[in-house]
Design a binder for this molecule. Structure first.
Ligand code: GCB
Length: 626
């Protein structure tokens, strides 16, 4: 298991955060070996001293930033560098711990500070961090000076051990020989099996943040309630001291202290609790308390007000939503009330930025979700930025949190690495009230013999990490042969009737979808979510009668699926998630016309006709089920 916590960096009286977003210096190592950077030790000098460099924004994928086709599809190491001015108080204060944190970088990262390697991390989509020492330029063996160069390079290539246990399957790079002169020298491609563009680069903010030397390393909360009393089980772990005393205070939105304690773990009781509710299920969704943890290094009794900013303490405040999640054989219960998922699947994807975190896009997407009455989404097919989950907590948008792992084939997948990625995911997201279920993979080859051991192990491991949330994976295999389904709590099934199967034949949907539900429920007696369905739609293409790729065809597919959902949702179907919220970029190929067009919004977030069908439906469902 992982040795330290991964609390989201927040400012507090004892902590400072310095964002390193903006322009970085950049070079892709396009040498034939893709290894010139290491051989020439580029990290020892300024990047500009070792060759030509360009501007590169962080956070962003590098692929769509330039006019260079070779960079768009680049596979290999890229080098990022920037210089940081460190506040002199960080340098002067020996009690300060300075941490460098990368929100995510795809897919393998090595980080140097002033020419000294400080960390490596395998896998995209999840944060990593490293303590980089006290800023004392004269200190013995100190790697960090007050002006320092932070250099990072990331590799976009995928390999079986590279988290994307997901994206990892036969993700080997295929070097093609110049066989019969069909390929130019040095030609190679990387096989990818997932259906989204292989964006790479530094995708989420890079930060420096400080804590005192003795600091709050991790907090875990598990919530419950009984009648009117909220129950917050908490556990705080502290690093850097053996003589800490704690003050744990739960504060409501009006700033009133509603419960407090001074043990490293315990139970806080909240009288007249305000529960965390999903959007449209309650007039006040997304209610959050603040759990303030103050950790004093010395045993001392002081008034709270007088210790603000004390150098002897660390203060960390965690938002806490009090709610419960349970699954029965036919229902998904939030706070003991049946919850019906009427929502979407998304991607982190947009023009120019690729997978780079972008606040205008995040806020626009939440406005669209709320406009259409969506109460939930699945983080297909990898964990989204923490900033997005924080929005979900605040707005009451319910999340199925998915581990990287799409189209897993087992022959090249690394279960060992998949388990580590689940460790990292649960460590990062365990305290979000919006996260109600873990999805450990998408559309694996679940009928193959190794699937049984793989999913039994992976799901058992996930439940041990977090016994409070149900676990699933998303299947598109045959109900009778699926070897992972016995281990999930909720059956999540993808199907594309009248699209990939019987294209153009809308009339097959009712019978095939009904049979799908009856087969899965008949065999497993577990609630079912339709976790994907949809049709590619080129905005502005019209046809009556509907033909594939027109807006009318998407409408017809949606409406036909919906009438079956309406028959089954009173029984055991507990949700419907459209594929997809918005159009998104994919690899080039004969199946895709500048990306996957199954969005009900365009990539620029304008509605197709299908968005209005969903809007009408989701608001109606909210009134019926909310
Ligand atoms: C799926 C995959 C998703 C694809 C989608 C499609 O089953 O889970 O990643 O994008 O189908 O449109 O083909």
């Amino acid at each position: 298991c992982l040795e330290s916590g991964m609390l989201f960096p927040r400012e507090s009286p004892s902590r400072e955060v310095k964002e390193l977003s903006g322009l970085w210096v950049f070079r892709a190592d396009k040498s034939p070996s893709r290894n010139q950077g290491f051989e020439g030790a580029w990290y020892k000098k300024r990047l500009a001293e070792t060759g030509p460099v360009i501007d590169m924004p962080v956070p962003a994928s590098y692929n769509d930033i330039t006019q260079d086709a070779t960079l768009r599809d680049f596979i290999g190491w890229v080098w990022y560098e920037r210089e940081v001015v460190v506040p002199s108080r960080w340098v002067a204060d020996e009690g300060t711990r300075v941490v460098l944190r990368v929100g995510s970088a795809h897919y393998y990262s090595v980080v140097w500070v002033n020419g000294v390697k400080v960390t490596e991390h395998e896998g995209g989509h999840l944060p990593f961090e490293v303590e980089i020492g006290t800023f004392n330029p004269q200190g013995p063996g100190c790697a960090v000076q007050d002006h320092h160069r932070c250099q990072q390079h990331s590799e976009s290539a995928l390999s079986p051990s590279r988290s994307n246990p997901a994206h990892d399957r036969p993700h080997q790079i295929m070097r093609k020989m110049s066989f019969l002169n069909r390929y130019p020298d040095g030609f190679f491609v990387q096989n990818i099996y997932f259906d989204f563009f292989n964006y790479a680069g530094i995708h989420r903010p890079v930060l420096l943040y400080t804590t005192p030397k003795a600091y709050v390393d991790d907090i875990t909360v598990v919530t419950d309630f009984s009648d009117n009393t909220g129950l917050v089980n908490y556990k705080v772990s502290v690093q850097g001291t053996s003589s800490a005393t704690l003050k744990v205070t739960l504060i409501d939105k009006d700033g009133h202290c509603v419960a407090s304690a001074s043990e490293p773990s315990g139970l806080l009781k909240v009288v007249d609790v305000k529960l965390w509710w999903p959007y449209l299920m309650h007039e006040n969704p997304g209610y959050l308390y603040s759990l303030e943890v103050r950790q004093h290094v010395y045993i001392q009794v002081r008034l709270m007000a007088s210790v603000e900013g004390s150098t002897n303490e660390d203060v960390y405040t965690l938002p806490v939503g009090i709610r419960t999640v349970k699954v029965t054989s036919t229902q998904f219960l939030i706070n003991n009330k049946p919850f019906y998922f009427h929502g979407v699947n998304k991607h982190e994807d947009s023009d120019i930025r690729g997978k780079g975190l972008d606040w205008p896009l995040i806020v626009k997407d939440f406005n669209l979700l709320k406009w259409m009455g969506a109460n939930s989404f699945r983080t297909s097919h990898y964990p989204y930025a923490e900033e997005i989950l924080q929005m979900c907590d605040r707005h009451g948008i319910v999340v199925i949190d998915e581990c990287p792992g799409s189209q897993l084939q087992f022959e090249n997948a690394s279960l060992t690495h998949h388990l580590v990625v689940m460790d990292e995911l649960v460590r990062r997201d365990k305290n979000h009230p919006s996260v109600v279920m873990w999805s450990v993979a998408n559309e694996p080859a679940a009928e193959m013999p190794p699937a049984e051991f793989y999913f039994k192990t992976l799901i058992t491991h996930t439940k041990a990490l977090d016994p409070t949330r149900p676990v699933t994976f998303i299947t598109d295999s045959n109900y009778a042969r699926d070897k992972g389904a016995p281990y999930v709590d909720v059956i999540c099934v993808n199907s594309y009737f009248s699209w990939y199967h019987d294209p153009g034949h809308l009339e097959v949907i009712p019978i095939q979808l009904n049979t799908q539900f009856e087969n899965w429920y008949g065999k497993y007696k577990k609630p079912i979510i339709q976790s994907e369905y949809g049709a590619d739609t080129v905005p502005g293409l019209h046809s009556d009668p509907p033909v594939m790729f027109t807006e009318e065809y998407q409408n017809a597919v949606l409406q036909s699926y919906h009438s079956v959902f309406d028959q089954k949702r009173k029984q055991y179907v507990i949700g419907e998630l459209i594929w997809n919220f918005a159009d998104f970029m994919t690899a080039q190929g004969t199946f895709r016309v500048v990306g996957n067009k199954k969005g009900v919004f365009t990539r620029q977030r304008q509605p197709k006709a299908g968005a209005f069908i969903l809007k009408e439906r989701y608001w109606r469902l909210a009134n019926e089920t909310g």
